[in-house]
Design a binder for this molecule. Structure first.
Ligand code: SAM
Length: 246
């Protein structure tokens, strides 16, 4: 398609996409459910990871110099999901240092579409600046914040939502209720840190994201858990990749 001056009018694709054609490969293999023995090995690895992380900072990671609380395998899965789904807006609850928001914004640049709205109750001054990142300060379940984010989302259809703020069951359930309707059929809502509360570590945390997912799905059949997004095995989001099916 061309405009009046004869220039190409394909706006949803970046120059990069033409220079480095984005492919379509993604593994279809789903390893879940794992055998009991393999699940036990994975759970033990997870517990070792957090035992070491809490002792030393050698396991902390960063993206372009900005710290993130995610693990590399989950960031990789986000990259694959974004390439496949090409979301035009990503809403992240929980910015912290901003490394994850910058990662998502840089992925938007690479695939040539999308931007990021990220919400935090305690904004950090060191968070990164990027034209594709919009920061919202406040609680992700504050009705005013929800209204502000929904107003900004109104211009978008292909929305991905990531819940990574306060991880108590009550708070995550509030976020699920507030934001799930923004996700289109075929899109994803990701509930981070479902490992809390003994799944398989941090038993002392009590009911957390996984319990919120269970409570949400008990009354909402428009989402299902997509365990294929856990196929790189070490994820902080067990049973947390929710696919909208209707
Ligand atoms: C796990 S960190 C976010 C990590 C970040 N997404 C990353 O991957 O690097 C959680 C963040 O949620 C924020 N937070 C806590 N309660 C919140 C609330 N009610 N609303 C929004 N953010 C909140 C905290 O200030 C903290 O920065």
């Amino acid at each position: 398609m061309t405009n009046k001056t004869g220039e190409s009018k394909v706006q949803s694709k970046s120059q990069l996409e033409y220079e480095y054609k984005i492919g379509t490969f993604v593994s279809e293999d789903n390893l879940f459910p794992l055998s009991e023995e393999d699940q036990e090995t994975l759970d033990n690895f997870h517990r070792m990871y957090f035992r070491l992380l809490e002792k030393k900072s050698g396991l902390q990671i960063s993206w372009l110099g900005h710290q993130t609380g995610k693990v590399p395998a989950d960031l990789w899965i986000y990259q694959e999901m974004m390439t496949q789904l090409r979301p035009d807006l990503i809403i992240e609850c929980g910015t912290h240092w901003g490394g994850s928001a910058l990662y998502l914004a840089n992925m938007c640049q690479l695939i040539g579409t999308g931007r990021v709205i990220t919400i935090d109750l305690y904004p950090k001054p060191s968070r990164p600046h990027h034209t594709l990142i919009e920061y919202v300060n406040g609680s992700s379940v504050d009705p005013q914040v929800v209204a502000q984010v929904k107003a900004a989302a109104a211009a978008h259809q292909n929305i991905m939502v990531i819940l990574d703020s306060n991880h108590t069951k009550e708070h995550v359930l509030g976020e699920l209720e507030a934001y799930h309707d923004l996700v289109p059929v075929g899109g994803y809502l990701i509930v981070e840190d479902g490992f809390l509360g003994g799944h398989p570590s941090h038993e002392e945390y009590g009911p957390g994201p996984m319990e919120a997912v269970d409570a949400f799905l008990a009354t909402n059949d428009s989402f299902v858990i997509d365990r294929s997004k856990e196929r790189l095995l070490f994820t902080l989001n067990p049973r947390g990749f929710l696919l909208r099916v209707k």
